[in-house]
Write a protein that binds this ligand. Structure first.
Ligand SMILES: [Zn+2]
Length: 162
């Protein structure tokens, strides 16, 4: 036979051989050609490698409790509380906070803290570490309100300038 790589129709034949769609007679003919044609051998081997990789990939099973275990790990590693409370842990000292934080931003922080503290009421049984974080948020709210009291005391005309 002629080399199937030289014409488009016969190249399809070679592809069908690689995907095992060919009749046994055609397979025999093609294999005789592949045995003497380096180009077709290379093509067939490359195709086989691709199909074997695909077979191996499809064979990998997903365990039945995959979702459950995934969500458990997400819960354990990234609690949404820690994500939400992260802005309340300023990396700088109170002196810096006092100079840089306008009163409106402070009010926003207090409102956000209020929202955060109310949230656990919605969830039926908050985890122990969530309770800890709520306490932490309460501590920080206390710290913030004390701070704004000082701020007001410092500014006689009650216009809160940073
Ligand atoms: Zn060939």
């Amino acid at each position: 036979m002629n080399c199937p790589l030289e014409t488009r129709e016969d190249a399809q034949l070679l592809l069908d051989y690689c995907t095992r769609k060919l009749e046994p007679e055609s397979v025999a003919i093609l294999e005789r050609h592949i045995a003497i044609c380096g180009a077709c051998l290379e093509f067939a081997l490359g195709q086989r490698a691709v199909w074997q990789a695909l077979d191996a990939w499809e064979a990998a099973p997903v365990s039945q409790d995959f979702d459950r275990r995934l969500y458990r790990r997400i819960d354990a590693q990234v609690s949404w509380w820690s994500l939400l409370l992260r802005p309340f842990r300023p990396p700088f000292g109170m002196a810096t906070l006092r100079r840089s934080l306008p009163a409106t931003a402070m009010a926003c922080l207090l409102v956000m803290a209020g929202i955060l503290v109310e949230r656990p009421v919605v969830s039926p049984e908050p985890a122990p570490n969530q309770m800890e974080q709520v306490e932490h948020a309460l501590d920080e709210m206390e710290m913030l309100s004390e701070f704004s009291r000082h701020l007001r005391a410092d500014v006689p005309d009650s216009k809160l300038q940073p």
